[in-house]
Design a protein around this ligand. Structure first.
Ligand code: BES
Ligand code: ZN
Ligand code: ZN
Length: 513
C-alpha cells in the first residue's frame, strides 16, 4: 500500500536571506506597521518586492491568505511565501499552527520539495518558542496531509515527500524551537495516522483489522501493550452492548485495550486515566437503517477510536508520566438476520439492562461497556470521544466538539487543552433532567430520549456508567470530517481529538493537579 506524504522536519540556524530553499514562508499581521527586522533585510535584498505586493494591496496579511514573491540572486530562497496572520491582538499559538498548515498545504500543491519556515518571527517574544516550534511542526503535518493511498493513476498531483526546516538566525532560539518541534513531530505524525485509519473505508478496515493495527502500534513504543477481546472473549466477559451492535455483521466485533505504563517508578502514584473511543467501522444504522444519502460518511464513525489509538501512541512516544488506558470498542453496525433489533433488551457489562429503541443509537451501546470496563480497571479519570449524535452537529455546527462531564475541574482542563491545541470544544449539559429521559419502563435504561437535546441525552446515558470516576465526554459528530478542503487542510477525516487529548495528557504529566 502506498504511503501518505512523507514529512521530514528539522531546525536550521541560518539567516533568512541565506537560506537555500524552494520556498521560504514568512508571516505578516494584517495590522503590522512595519515588518520584523530580519524580514525587512530580506525585502531590501529583494529590492522591496515584498513591500510592493503589500502596497499594491495584493496581500494584506489577512488570515487564510497568502502570496508568492519570487527570489533573486541576492537571496537563497527561490520563492518567498507571504502568509497572512490576521490581526495581531487576536493571535494565539494556533495562529502560527494554521500559518504553517497553509504554507505546507501550498507547498504540496505547488510540488515544492523543500520548504523553510520563519513564521514565528513576527510574534516576537509573545509566546514560548517551544510552543511555537511544536505548533509549526503540527501545522506542517496537518497542511501537507493528503488521503490518496488508493489513487493508482498518475502521481496524484503531488510529490512523495516534503522536507521542511524551521529557520532562525539566533542559535539560542533554535534550541527552544527544536524542543517544541520534537514533540510536535510526535503529535503531528499521530494526527496523520489517525486521519489515515479513519479515512479507510469499511471494506478495508473492520473491527479485526483495527485491532491488528492497534497491536502493531503497541510494538512501536516502550511501555505500551495491547490486549484484544474477540467475540468469544466478549461473550465470556459479558459485554452485551458491544456484542449486540456487532451481531448483524460477519465482521465480528473486537474490544481493544492499549495500556501505557511509563518507565518512571513514580508511575504507581499517578492517577490512572482511561481514554475511551467509539470505533464503529461502518454505521448503516442497523435495522433502524439510515437514509442512503451521504451514508458513505459513516465510515468515519470510528474517528473517536482512531483518535484514542493515536493519542495513546503519542503519549508513549513522548514518554509522558501518565498511567494510561486506551479503550476502543469496535463493531460494524449492519442490518441482517442476525442483527440486534429495536425492542431488544440488552444486559451490558455493568449489569445494567438497556431497552433498544433505535439500533442507530449504537455508539452508546458499545461505549457503556467500555466506560464500565475503564471503571473496573480503576481509572480515576475517564474521557470518552465519539461521533455520537447528529444532534451535536445541529447544536454546534462543524466548528467545535460538544463537551460534557461530571467534574468541573476535568472539564476546565479539557477546555484549556482545547485552547492550546486549537481543537475547539463547547460545554453542554448532561444532568438529571436528561438522565430521566433515558429511563425505561421495562429495563434500567433505554437508548434514546425525547425528540430534543439528543447530544445531552446521549451523554446523560453514558454518564450513568462512569460510577465514581471523574468523567468527560467529547461528542465529535460535527467535527470528525472536513467536508471541503480548506487553506489549512485536505478534505476527509479531520483527526479531531489527537492533539486535544495529547495536550491534556502533556499538561497532566507536567503535574497540573
Ligand atoms: N454515528 C451517528 C452520529 C453521527 C451523525 C455522526 C452524523 C456523524 C454525523 C450515531 O450513531 C447516530 O446515528 N446517532 C443517532 C442517535 C439517535 C438515533 C438517538 C442520531 O444522531 O440520529
Ligand atoms: Zn448510529
Ligand atoms: Zn454511529
Amino acid at each position: 500500500m502506498k504511503e501518505i506524504i512523507n514529512v521530514e522536519i528539522k531546525t536550521q540556524a541560518v539567516d533568512l536571506s541565506k537560506c537555500e530553499t524552494d520556498m521560504l514562508a514568512i508571516g505578516r499581521f494584517s495590522d503590522a506597521k512595519k515588518p520584523d527586522k530580519t524580514i525587512s533585510e530580506l525585502d531590501s535584498k529583494l529590492g522591496g518586492a515584498i513591500e510592493q505586493v503589500i502596497k499594491l494591496g495584493d496581500f494584506k496579511g489577512k488570515d487564510r491568505t497568502s502570496a508568492v514573491v519570487y527570489g533573486n540572486a541576492n537571496i537563497g530562497a527561490r520563492r518567498v511565501l507571504l502568509v497572512g496572520l490576521g490581526e495581531e491582538k487576536k493571535a494565539t499559538v494556533d495562529t502560527v499552527r494554521k500559518a504553517a498548515a497553509l504554507a505546507a498545504n501550498r507547498a504540496v500543491e505547488m510540488k515544492v520539495k523543500n520548504l523553510a519556515m520563519a513564521l514565528h518571527r513576527p510574534f516576537g517574544g509573545r509566546f514560548d518558542l517551544s510552543a511555537m516550534g511544536r505548533a509549526m511542526a503540527e501545522g506542517t503535518y496537518c497542511g501537507s496531509y493528503r488521503y490518496d493511498e488508493f489513487v493508482t493513476e498518475g502521481e496524484n498531483g503531488r510529490l512523495g515527500g516534503i522536507s521542511v526546516e524551521l529557520i532562525e538566525s539566533d542559535s539560542a532560539k533554535i534550541k527552544e524551537l527544536q524542543e517544541g518541534l520534537s514533540s510536535g513531530v510526535v503529535t503531528g505524525k499521530a494526527h496523520s495516522y489517525a486521519r489515515t485509519i479513519a479515512n479507510r473505508p469499511g471494506n478495508v478496515i473492520n473491527p479485526a483489522k483495527l485491532a491488528e493495527l492497534a497491536k502493531e502500534t503497541a510494538k512501536k513504543a516502550a511501555g505500551l501493550s495491547c490486549t484484544v477481546f474477540d467475540e468469544k472473549e466478549l461473550a465470556a466477559q459479558g459485554m452485551g452492548g458491544v456484542l449486540a451492535v456487532g451481531s448483524g455483521s460477519q465482521n465480528k466485533p473486537r474490544f481493544i485495550i492499549l495500556r501505557y505504563k511509563p518507565a518512571n517508578k513514580a508511575a504507581g502514584k499517578l492517577p490512572t486515566i482511561g481514554l475511551v473511543g467509539k470505533a464503529i467501522t461502518f454505521d448503516s444504522g442497523g435495522i433502524s437503517i439510515k437514509p442512503s444519502a451521504n451514508m458513505d460518511e459513516m465510515k468515519l464513525d470510528k474517528s473517536g477510536g482512531t483518535a484514542v489509538l493515536a493519542a495513546v501512541q503519542a503519549a508513549a512516544e513522548l514518554k509522558l508520566p501518565v498511567n494510561l488506558y486506551g479503550i476502543v470498542p469496535a463493531a460494524e453496525n449492519l442490518p441482517s438476520g442476525t442483527s440486534y433489533r429495536p425492542g431488544d433488551i440488552i444486559t451490558t457489562f455493568s449489569g445494567k439492562t438497556v431497552e433498544v429503541q433505535n439500533t442507530d443509537a449504537e455508539g452508546r451501546m458499545i461505549l457503556c461497556d467500555a466506560i464500565s470496563y475503564a471503571v473496573k480497571q480503576k481509572c480515576e479519570i475517564i474521557i470518552d470521544i465519539a461521533t455520537l449524535t447528529g444532534a451535536c452537529m445541529v447544536a454546534l455546527g462543524q466548528y467545535m466538539a460538544g463537551l460534557m462531564g461530571n467534574d468541573e475541574k476535568l472539564i476546565k482542563q479539557l477546555q484549556e487543552a482545547a485552547e492550546e491545541s486549537g481543537e475547539k470544544v463547547w460545554p453542554m449539559p448532561c444532568g438529571e433532567e436528561y438522565a430521566k429521559e433515558m429511563k425505561s419502563k421495562i429495563a434500567d435504561l433505554k437508548n434514546v430520549g425525547s425528540k430534543w437535546g439528543g447530544a445531552c441525552t446521549g451523554a446523560a446515558f453514558l454518564r450513568q456508567f462512569a460510577g465514581e470516576a471523574k468523567w468527560a465526554h467529547l461528542d465529535i459528530a460535527g467535527v470528525d470530517m472536513i467536508e471541503k478542503s480548506t487553506e489549512f487542510s485536505a478534505e476527509g477525516a479531520s483527526g479531531f481529538g489527537v492533539r486535544l487529548l495529547t495536550t491534556y495528557l502533556m499538561n497532566k504529566g507536567k503535574n497540573r493537579k
